[in-house]
Design a protein. Sequence first.
Length: 200
Amino acid sequence: MGIFDKLKQGLKKTSQLLKTDVRDLLKAQGRLFDEAYSEELFEFLVKRDIGVDASQEITDEVYKTCRARVVEMLCAAGLAEDSLARYPHEFSGGQRQRIGIARALVLRPRLVVADEPVSALDVSVGAQILELLRNLQRDFALTYLLISHSLPVVAQLATRIAVMQAGRIVETGPAAQILSAPAHPYTQSLIAAIPALPAG
């Protein structure tokens, strides 16, 4: 079974679970997680995320509309349309994360919650994903709520930072200020723990 066959099955399955209040929230936000290998992400590009009314019959026209939106977002995330005919195991970790990004954007949200978006990827692929996120932020006028344990990752995307310790925010401010002149001891310890590259 190819990816889009999974999506078509997911349309009917998910439509039974939809609630109006949940859909209203999903219209405003997308979600991107660090789990790049869960096959469930292929079922997230379904009726709930595309925004088809839960009571609407899945006709050929609706199916084509959904497919067109999925293809648009896959292409925006750097994947070709023929990705829809491939199987989950045929994708690399970076490609799967691109699918996750497409899934987060398929409803064209204003806010994307990105929870450790590159922690499961190696450094070079993670750098590509961060560059993609920057480009998408520009192209789609997105706001990111980025959750990460990596200050170098945060530094590449954030304009403002809130530092949490034991579940409490201990320091907030512009990213440049937090990274260059941290005031709280915990923030200072996080920055001091960032590995420094050897000179030369």
